[in-house]
Ligand binder design. Sequence first.
Ligand SMILES: NC(=O)c1ccc[n+]([C@@H]2O[C@H](COP(=O)([O-])OP(=O)(O)OC[C@H]3O[C@@H](n4cnc5c(N)ncnc54)[C@H](O)[C@@H]3O)[C@@H](O)[C@H]2O)c1
Length: 355
Amino acid sequence: MPRIRIGVIGLGGIAGAVHLPGIEKCPDFELAAICDIDREKLDRVGERYRIDPAMRFTAYRDLIARGGVDAVDICTPNDCHVEIAMEAANAGKHYSVEKPLAMNAGEARALAARTQEKGVKSMVCFSYRFKSAARYARYLVQSGVLGELYHVYTQYFQSWGNPDLNVPLVWRFVKAKTGSGALGDLGSHALDLVRFVSGRDYTRIVGDADTLLKERPLPDDGGTGVSDVDDYCHYLARMEGGLSAAFEITRFGFGRGNYQRLEIYGRKGGLVYKLDEHPGMDELEICTGQPWGQLNTFVKVPVPTSYAANQTQCFADIIRGKADGLAATVEDGLANQNAVDAVIDSFEHQRWVSL
Ligand SMILES: NC(=O)c1ccc[n+]([C@@H]2O[C@H](COP(=O)([O-])OP(=O)(O)OC[C@H]3O[C@@H](n4cnc5c(N)ncnc54)[C@H](O)[C@@H]3O)[C@@H](O)[C@H]2O)c1
């Protein structure tokens, strides 16, 4: 079967750490074209991956229009995800796009409609869906091991917002480029993970959020600029069936690299999913049997190797029509964006918001 020719758009942190090496290792893909507005970065990546100079682009429209690619992989900042994915869909190209899908639900809805109309395949990179512990947790929860579900408690902490780290005013702190701060960056993952594991949609949300550090150094000229997005957000959600979920999300979690914890309690059991930053391993613990707590009643569950998954391979499988249905599509991205928008509406207007 011929390999799928893919073009990667946006060659920054996540492309370099995950997407480009993933494509290089995946037998179903051929890295056929690359694009970045930064010429120097474009050529550096082009040399590293031996991309024909004619297939290196500084404008994504040229990459899509040039031909020679069957699919695109969008790794730019959030403000251009939808415009690039729209262009790809209009040209009949499948696309994978980083999270959060869009700047708002209106954009996401328009993209979902266009994707369906054009019949192209989509994937939104909610990458924690590919952690085997998350997949196994989903299986255990949805096959009823915990019984009737009561509560979900989710934490997602990073520390890089801390003023002493002096992180400059990159796009992640500018609402016009990112949509929201810790919410879109980390909270969108948490919202997706809870929806993925529980299999339920959100029905209403109330949240609190704030900007702790309102000025940050500008990347270039030594002055400062205004950060206008949330540094943390805490929210409560009701889900289908009355399930109650609580979320704690921050970029100011001192000492935390990429700390995630999801606890689910039901009538017949409790389950804990953990992603520990050192060394980035995902794990599950479970407690079943008697409901009253005693020390050490949660035991580590070995996750079957059959639950291992790979994000890049899943995109290839989606395009080839043989996917397992567990990766997020544009429809999941839209559901996620609806929830993100509801959190923003809630903290801006200090009220519960129905979905
Ligand atoms: N799934 C995850 O866990 C995860 C982790 C990190 C980042 N992300 C997402 O990935 C995306 C990129 O994040 P990053 O950390 O790589 O950012 P980054 O700033 O390191 O890289 C973005 C790159 O896009 C380029 N770019 C900007 N506008 C462009 C355009 N119009 N056309 C082509 N190139 C353009 C920039 O020059 C830069 O090289 C964001 O949406 C972010 O939320 C997801």
